[in-house]
Design a protein around this ligand. Structure first.
Ligand code: AMP
Length: 212
């Protein structure tokens, strides 16, 4: 049995065509079925639905053989125990530092002031600011980061931006790029050894489909 870990939403939607190109179609629609384990047209392949930030963990521990995870979450997870053979080029966005319009970020940094930064990407943010020598106090959030600078919780946020609509709608501007983000295929190294016969063709088909 091959278990593929995916998260609902953009990653799921953009992975379905890659699965199809590998000859795998889902027997159920996750939006209507509410099941967390989905069967496919192949009796020995199943898909599990987990929270996006949990995908690396399921694959690391071998509960899933392969998964699709954003580079943002892989950076935060650290990537230990994961083979990362492919950038799938899907679910693309950028990780940025953003502040309220009118907040003089450059000045705050120049003056060596401690900048309060709210994010769910604590590890990545800590590394980014440490490398730049910027003093920050990090505040962990789990969602709606854009709200934090508007209500005085933080001076800045580290978050993902795609179209920029959410930032604009909340009068925020990106002041620094941290990481270009896209979803990667991740594989459990032990699975790759033990199930190479099934996994190697799957990885190859994914690579071919991703390259278009
Ligand atoms: P946008 O308004 O298109 O710039 O999208 C920004 C919002 O969507 C933010 O709240 C992000 O956290 C979220 N977002 C954008 N791209 C992604 C992605 N690839 N994966 C997860 N969340 C994303």
């Amino acid at each position: 049995m091959i278990t593929i870990a995916l998260s609902k939403g953009r990653i799921f939607e953009e992975t379905v065509p890659l699965l199809a190109a590998s000859g795998i179609t889902l027997s159920e629609d996750p939006e209507t079925s509410r099941k967390l384990i989905l069967a496919t047209n192949k009796p020995d392949v199943r898909v599990i639905l987990v929270r996006a930030s949990d995908v690396p963990t399921y694959v690391q521990y071998g509960a899933a053989d392969v998964g699709v995870a954003g580079r943002d979450l892989l950076a935060e997870h650290g990537g230990q125990g994961l083979y990362q053979p492919l950038d799938l080029g899907i679910a693309k966005c950028r990780m940025v530092v953003a502040v309220r319009e009118g907040f003089d970020y450059a000045r705050a940094v120049r003056q060596g002031a401690r900048v309060r930064v709210a994010t769910k990407y604590i590890g990545t943010a800590r590394e980014h600011f440490a490398a730049k020598g910027v003093h920050v106090d990090l505040i962990k959030l789990y969602g709606s980061m854009e709200l934090a600078p508007l209500v005085g919780l933080a001076d800045a946020i580290v978050d993902l931006v795609d179209t920029g609509h959410t930032l604009r709608a909340n009068k925020l501007i990106a002041v620094e790029d941290i990481l270009p983000v896209s979803a990667h295929l991740i594989v459990n190294p032990a699975s790759l050894k033990l199930k190479r016969e099934t996994l190697a063709p799957l990885i190859e088909a994914f690579g071919k489909a991703a390259r278009g």
